[in-house]
Design a protein around this ligand. Structure first.
Ligand SMILES: *Cc1c(COP(=O)(O)O)cnc(C)c1O
Length: 386
């Protein structure tokens, strides 16, 4: 097993920390691996492949169009490039240096994360507004319509929105304010799956562009993601990512849009999605949509119960409604950061969720934990506690 990994001398991590990018996302199903292998052995028209992907993503999200990117972060950069340049090849050629016209993206302070940097990479100037009362615990108020109104100016190109289980109720309000000024809303929903119903939720609530990670819950290739939204914006993003060394006379713009001329290689050319990622993501997406969410949660809950019973610590089972995603097991332990570090340094290395380590809690997240690793996880935690 794992010939190449063994040859490289790499230890397989037992991952009970979730579908984290730094741990390689979620393990892929063999059906997805097989689809990637098939694509790897073929030459394909990449523009035609992305147009096919657009139809699949549109059907899954309710958006007009979609695009497979190299991850949600790349999707945010392409989304910003699309709102900055639109269908204007001259503006595409200018990016990321754009000083004239609409060049700013509004970000409410409760929506600022390390990932908003991905928007700035396209050349957008991020303009912060509002107060971070929720983040600092100073108050309960989030984003408000009058604050958006006051922040919008002649240079505003879009409004950014970070989707979380607690921020989403504000999305229709933000969309209304943006659309009153003909401005698009870009939503980061990278990790807002499951439930699969969330694939449609943000577009339905007024998002013009939304990104999801392909390598997290969807179970696609680690360096894949989805950008879905308005057809003209998706076409702009696609043209800024595809290889554009094309015969001008016979070229046609993608997704039925009209463009004044053929753009050159765009800002996104450096993070092109490969045929393997695109095909793998589409197969993973179909599987993700077809699965029985209730049955999967029941199976995860049963595994977590068995793990809880086998560990000599106090634990609480958190259901999917509480976590907003999959069920998790919260282990209450002495010196949680120390225990987590010992487990990470072990053989095999075991990673638990450390989000609440400071409060004496380590989490067991079943999403990327292979069932065949449950016994080794129990043994490692028991040994580390002893
Ligand atoms: C994981 C994540 C991203 C980046 O996703 P990739 O697919 O790894 O590029 C962006 N935003 C949020 C909120 C995330 O959790």
């Amino acid at each position: 097993m794992g010939g190449a990994l063994a040859e490289l001398g790499l230890a397989r991590v037992i991952n009970a920390a979730g579908t984290l990018t730094r741990l390689g996302g979620a393990p892929m199903a063999s059906e997805v691996v097989a689809a990637m292998a098939e694509a790897a052995g073929a030459s394909l028209d990449m523009a035609a492949l992305q147009e096919r992907a657009s139809a699949e993503i549109a059907a899954a999200t309710g958006a007009e169009a979609g695009l497979v990117t190299t991850g949600a972060a790349a999707g945010l950069t392409l989304a910003a490039a699309a709102v900055l340049a639109g269908l204007d090849p001259a503006r595409m050629a200018q990016l990321p240096r754009i000083e004239d016209g609409r060049s700013e993206i509004l970000v409410h302070r409760t929506h600022r994360s390390a990932y908003t940097r991905a928007l700035a990479v396209a050349g957008a100037r991020l303009v912060d507004f509002g107060h971070n009362d929720r983040g600092t615990g100073a108050g309960i108020r989030g984003i408000e319509a009058w604050e958006i109104e006051a922040a919008i100016g002649a240079r505003t190109a879009a409004i950014f929105f970070a989707a979380t289980p607690w921020s989403v109720p504000d999305l229709p309000l933000v969309a209304r304010a943006a659309h009153a000024h003909d401005l698009p809303v870009i939503v980061d929903a990278a990790a807002q799956l499951p439930p699969a119903a969330n694939l449609r939720r943000f577009i339905a609530a007024g998002a013009d562009l939304v990104v999801f990670s392909g390598g997290k819950a969807i179970g696609g290739p680690q360096s894949s993601g989805i950008l879905a939204g308005r057809r003209t914006l998706i076409a702009s993003a696609l043209m800024q990512m595809l290889d554009m060394d094309v015969p001008v006379a016979s070229w046609r713009a993608p997704l039925g849009v009209q463009v004044a001329g053929v753009p050159h290689h765009g800002l996104g050319r450096g993070f092109k999605a490969g045929k393997e990622e695109i095909v793998g993501l589409l197969v993973a997406l179909r599987r993700f949509l077809a699965r029985d969410e209730a049955a999967e949660q029941a199976a995860q809950t049963a595994r977590l119960r068995a793990i809880a019973d086998a560990l000599p610590v106090r634990s609480t089972l958190l259901d999917a409604a509480t976590t907003g995603r999959a069920p998790q097991l919260a282990l209450r332990v002495e010196d949680a950061p120390g225990l987590a570090a010992r487990l990470r340094a072990g053989d095999p290395p075991v990673h638990l969720g450390e989000r609440h380590a400071g409060e004496g809690v380590l989490l067991v997240d079943p999403q990327a934990l292979r069932p065949e690793d449950d016994a080794a996880l129990i043994a490692a935690v028991r040994a580390a506690l002893a």
